[in-house]
Structures are given as structure tokens and as C-alpha cells.
Write a protein that binds this ligand. Structure first.
Ligand code: ZN
Length: 287
């Protein structure tokens, strides 16, 4: 297993971690100042500064992307909605390519409208089938553009509104069905916040192997957790066995970044400098 204690070369910052403190251009500056080599930005953060500016800033600073957030949300109430989702995913691929991302992360979606409180239907199997078809349709374009798609399984507490793919096993089943040759065009984003509890985690990470493991997201699971989305913990403050999980993923051949992704009403209230400095320290000590 790689030794993280002497440098933070393998650290990436998912920029949602600082979305309440700073706009993306400031986040990039602050990361560059600390020799952080990679980030994973969100589309809305890129759009609010302007993609041309961000593209230039990344080139000038030498900061790479560890992923681009995000595509997905494929299910819809009708055919027009399904087409709109596919169009939006193509635009996300174009942006990811322009910013030289190694993959586009997919939060696949679930019951359409559930996030807004009014699901258009209640058929979870239908949502899963629309997700499968949506990924299949997007995969052709992703291949053309050489932009790998990384399915991120989400914790089952988000099965109604954000993702009907909830385990690594489910995500890998879709990968094996749609990309049986392991072409590199389709894989998974392993976010420990979502999958740490899974009794099959070790086995499924091994099954994924290097060519399916496209991204690795870390934070911690606080006990107790007070909010389903925005109470992620800083690494070391919760119950996830971070080093054990990293050993599994590196034993499977993963050599990429450990991307810190913390949605937290607690950490969003702290000064951004303190958040970044803490991410570096915890990356070196507990990740
Ligand atoms: Zn994630």
C-alpha cells in the first residue's frame, strides 16, 4: 500500500467540500498554494465561474482532475424527459473532456421527481431499467469522446431520490452487462461514504479490478449521523476503516487519487483554509 504519510501527492479535493466558502477559481488558487495536485469540480461550480476561465486556470496551475461531477439522473416520466437527460449527459461529457477529466461520475438517478417531493411513478424496477438504458445510450458517445463513465453507487438511504444503484455489486453488474470486454469506457466510483457498510465490499472491489476502479472518494461516517446528505465527517472523525479500505482498493490495482468529498453543514461553516489544511493532515495520517 502506498505511504501517504510523507506527502499528499495522491490527495484530490472534491470541490463540493468548499462550495459554501469559495467560488471554484478561489478553490483552485488555494489548492495550488498548498501543492494539492488534483480536484474534482461540479458542473454548477464550473458554470458559475465560466468553463473557459477554469480550463485556463487548470492549465496554468498544473492541477489535474480526478473526476468530473456529474452526469446521470437518467429516469424520467416520459420520452421527452429521457431525451433531455441524454442530451444533458452528452453536454457533461463535453465539459469533462474539455477539462481533461479522467472520468465523468454518474449519480444515476431514481424515481423521477422524488428529489423535489413528487415522484412521477413508484416503479423502482422501471427506474433501474431506464438507468441501464440511459447508460447504454450515453456509453456510445462517451466512447467516441474517450471519456470513461464512472457509476457511483449511493447509500440505500438515497434509493428513492438520487440513485437506484446502491451497491458496488449492482454497479458492476451494469458494467459487465454493458461493457463485457472491460474496454475501459465504463467503471465505478467507489465513495466510501456510500459503500463502507456493505458486507460484500472487499469482494466487489476485488471483482472490479484496476480497469473498473475509476475513482475513489473518501470522508467519514459520523455516528450518529444527523442528516442524510450533508453530515459527512472529516476522515478520522467517524467509523470507516479508511486504511483497510484503501488496502483493498490498492490490492485490486487502483493507483489513482484519494478524493476528499465532504458535504457537511459543519465543515461548510469553517474557514476554507482550515478545511483544506485539515484535509491534507488527515490524508497523511488516517487515509
Ligand atoms: Zn462521491
Amino acid at each position: 500500500m502506498r505511504d501517504f504519510s510523507t506527502s499528499h501527492d495522491a490527495l484530490s479535493i472534491n470541490t463540493a467540500t468548499l462550495r459554501k466558502q469559495w467560488p471554484l477559481d478561489r478553490i483552485i488558487d488555494e489548492c495550488a498554494r498548498r501543492d494539492i495536485r488534483a480536484i474534482s469540480p461540479w458542473r454548477d461550480q464550473v458554470a458559475s465561474v465560466g468553463i473557459a476561465h477554469i480550463e485556463r486556470q487548470l492549465k496554468d496551475s498544473g492541477i489535474k482532475l480526478s473526476g468530473y461531477c456529474r452526469g446521470g439522473f437518467f429516469p424520467a416520466a416520459d420520452a421527452a424527459g429521457l431525451r433531455t437527460a441524454l442530451d444533458d449527459n452528452r453536454r457533461a461529457i463535453d465539459e469533462a473532456r474539455r477539462l481533461a477529466a479522467p472520468c465523468l461520475v454518474l449519480v444515476v438517478g431514481s424515481l423521477p421527481g422524488a428529489l423535489e417531493g413528487t415522484p412521477a411513478y413508484l416503479d423502482l424496477a422501471r427506474a433501474r431499467s431506464e438507468v441501464r438504458d440511459g447508460i447504454a445510450a450515453t456509453l456510445d458517445y462517451a466512447r467516441d469522446q474517450a471519456m470513461p463513465l464512472a457509476i457511483e453507487p449511493l447509500h440505500p438511504m438515497q434509493a428513492a431520490d438520487r440513485a437506484c444503484i446502491n451497491t458496488l455489486e449492482q454497479a458492476l453488474d451494469v458494467c459487465d452487462e454493458l461493457d463485457p470486454t472491460r474496454s475501459g469506457a465504463l467503471g465505478v466510483a467507489v465513495d466510501l461514504y456510500h459503500v463502507w457498510w456493505d458486507p460484500k465490499l472487499e469482494a466487489q472491489i476485488a471483482r472490479a479490478g484496476a480497469d473498473r476502479l475509476l475513482a475513489y472518494h473518501v470522508c467519514d461516517w459520523l455516528a450518529p449521523t444527523r442528516d442524510l446528505v450533508n453530515d459527512r465527517g472529516m476522515m478520522g472523525d467517524g467509523v470507516i476503516e479508511l486504511k483497510k479500505c484503501r488496502r483493498w482498493i490498492e490490492d485490486a490495482g487502483y493507483t489513482g487519487y484519494a478524493e476528499v468529498e465532504i458535504f457537511s453543514d459543519t465543515w461548510w461553516q469553517k474557514p476554507g483554509e482550515e478545511v483544506l489544511d485539515t484535509c491534507i493532515a488527515r490524508h497523511m495520517s488516517v487515509v
